[in-house]
Design a protein around this ligand. Structure first.
Ligand code: PGA
Length: 252
């Protein structure tokens, strides 16, 4: 049985002060509403300590949105996994399409980070997804296969329990356009079957696959009702309690 996993990617929003206030409000609201899904928030690096402090005593997981592919050293402006772990952060989002497209992250680079995160004992939310052009050219499966095999290269079968996949069609991110539940489910089914080929059907069966791209209070139920959709990676609608609470209590 796969437990629903809903994550809020704050992107470059929320100062430490705002993030802490929001996180306390969210934790209280989630508790009062009896939310019973796995919940994660990913604040910007500098906001992480204040959010961790605000979420003491709550089950909400605090993750990072990225990390460097080295353990330490002369990498100006970068953050190493050890620094995150020292704060108590054990989960990292890798391969987000904004990092792929704005910062030129390749599958090879993302793979180095995935391997380092695993080596450091961290959990990874690995994002994959196609652009509109790729979808229209019928390349969905080709793109997903290349991303999955590239990003997961040399990741052992044992390590796969630390990997969550987020399927995020690039054309649905921040655009208000959501994949239909059917389209999302069929992409998820493809991802699951591909992981079964790379690893085993057991690993594929246990793999949590989140959908991301304009998830909101009105579409979350239909998406989550699909067999292969196990969670959501939410951007815009994760930034207020009013919008995020109905998503993390979709099953109430
Ligand atoms: P969105 O972002 O919900 O604002 O579309 C999702 C994401 O990028 O993870």
């Amino acid at each position: 049985m796969r437990k629903a996993y809903i994550a809020g990617n704050w992107k470059m929003n929320m100062t430490p002060g705002k993030g802490a206030a929001f996180a306390s409000e969210l934790a209280k609201a989630a508790k009062d509403a009896g939310a019973d899904v796995k919940i994660m928030v990913a604040p910007p690096f500098v906001t992480i300590p204040a959010v961790i402090d605000a979420l003491k005593g709550s089950d909400i997981i605090v993750a990072a949105q990225n990390m460097n592919d080295h353990k330490s050293g002369a990498y100006t402006g970068e953050v190493a996994p050890e620094m995150l772990k020292d704060l108590g952060v054990n989960t990292v989002i890798l391969g987000h399409s904004e990092r792929r497209s704005y910062y030129g992250e390749t599958d090879e680079f993302i793979n180095r980070k995935v391997l380092l995160a695993i080596e450091e004992g961290m959990d990874v939310v690995l994002c994959v997804g196609e652009t509109l052009e790729e979808r229209e050219e019928g390349k969905l499966e080709e793109v997903l296969s290349a991303q999955l095999s590239g990003d997961l290269m040399n990741v052992s079968a044992e390590a796969m329990s630390h990997i969550t996949i987020a399927y995020e069609p690039v054309w649905a991110i921040g655009t208000g356009k959501t994949a239909t539940p059917e389209d999302a489910d069929s992409a998820h089914a493809f991802i699951r079957s591909f992981v079964a080929k790379l690893y085993s059907s057991d690993i594929a069966e246990n793999l949590i696959i989140q959908y991301g791209g304009s998830v909101n209070a009105s579409n979350v139920k239909a998406l989550m009702a699909k067999e292969n959709i196990d969670g959501a990676l939410v951007g815009g609608a994760s930034l207020s309690v009013e919008k995020f609470l109905p998503i993390i209590t979709y099953n109430k």
